[in-house]
Design a protein around this ligand. Structure first.
Ligand SMILES: O=C(O)[C@H](O)[C@@H](O)[C@H](O)[C@H](O)COP(=O)(O)O
Length: 237
């Protein structure tokens, strides 16, 4: 297991296998949603895409929750057709919005517009149906330190990280990515009640170490914002 002097803002859960960690994360998220539903009519959950979360989605979807009272959205979306294998909405529909969680109310980000910029106002309007702030947020991270679609090489990154800008979602065009993205912004993400960072692999642990070694520049590694605010890390080799 990695021997790290964790900052007080990071609660690490380190496992031996991806399956073990996916199960522990599913238990934790279900517990947080149950707590939210004990005090309010609806709970809100934002999930990230990518390759890491599939086993987590498949374990979470059958947790015994009143899923009809849970609003689910994405932390970000690639601006591709919903049938594309790159679509995060497709990923959720195939691996999470099944079983018990089929009853959840899903609010997607992709809109019927050619560009993410043109679709952003409709996505912003769709997201306003959620009860903000988010109760539960599950983030991933790339080896460039991006999270959601807050990419350091996106021209829009400063605006997306600006706590005073009013939008909850924003179109970003990272030079490193083949597609435009729509991402929840700092404003939408930073006030979530409970945040998990779900990582798999030694490479991601190395990136996390680099992010924690010098927490100064959030713009350089946007994950630093959430490491500083506080999160629950779920990592396996
Ligand atoms: O749409 C996306 O790609 C995600 O939201 C993104 O932020 C992802 O969480 C990281 O890129 C990690 O992706 P992997 O799990 O594939 O490493």
């Amino acid at each position: 297991m990695p021997d790290i002097d964790w900052p007080a803002t990071v609660q690490p859960v380190l496992g031996e296998s991806a399956d073990e960690i996916a199960g522990q994360l599913a238990d934790a998220v279900a517990g947080q949603l149950e707590q939210a539903l004990a005090t309010r009519e609806r709970a809100s959950l934002a999930l990230s895409g990518g390759s890491t979360p599939k086993p987590f989605f498949e374990k979470l979807r059958d947790k015994p929750l009143d899923w009809s009272r849970v609003d689910v959205t994405l932390a970000d979306e690639r601006w591709v057709p919903l049938e594309s294998s790159d679509s995060n909405e497709r990923l959720l529909r195939e691996h999470f919005l099944q079983g018990g969680a089929v009853e959840a109310r899903f609010i997607g980000m992709k809109q019927e517009h050619e560009s993410a910029n043109a679709g952003q106002p409709l996505a912003e309007q769709a997201l306003s149906a959620l009860a903000w702030p988010l109760d539960v947020l599950v983030l991933g991270m790339g080896n460039d330190g991006h999270t959601a679609s807050l990419f350091p090489d996106a021209p829009e990154i400063d605006r997306a990280l600006d706590p005073s800008q009013p939008d909850r979602c924003m179109a970003l065009h990272p030079a490193s990515q083949p597609q435009a993205r729509l991402s929840l912004t700092r404003r939408a993400l930073e006030n979530a009640g409970w945040v998990a960072l779900h990582l798999k692999g030694e490479d991601k642990m190395d990136t996390l170490r680099a992010a924690m070694d010098d927490m100064k520049s959030v713009r350089e590694m946007p994950i630093r914002l959430f490491l500083g605010l506080g999160l629950n890390l779920f990592w396996s080799p």
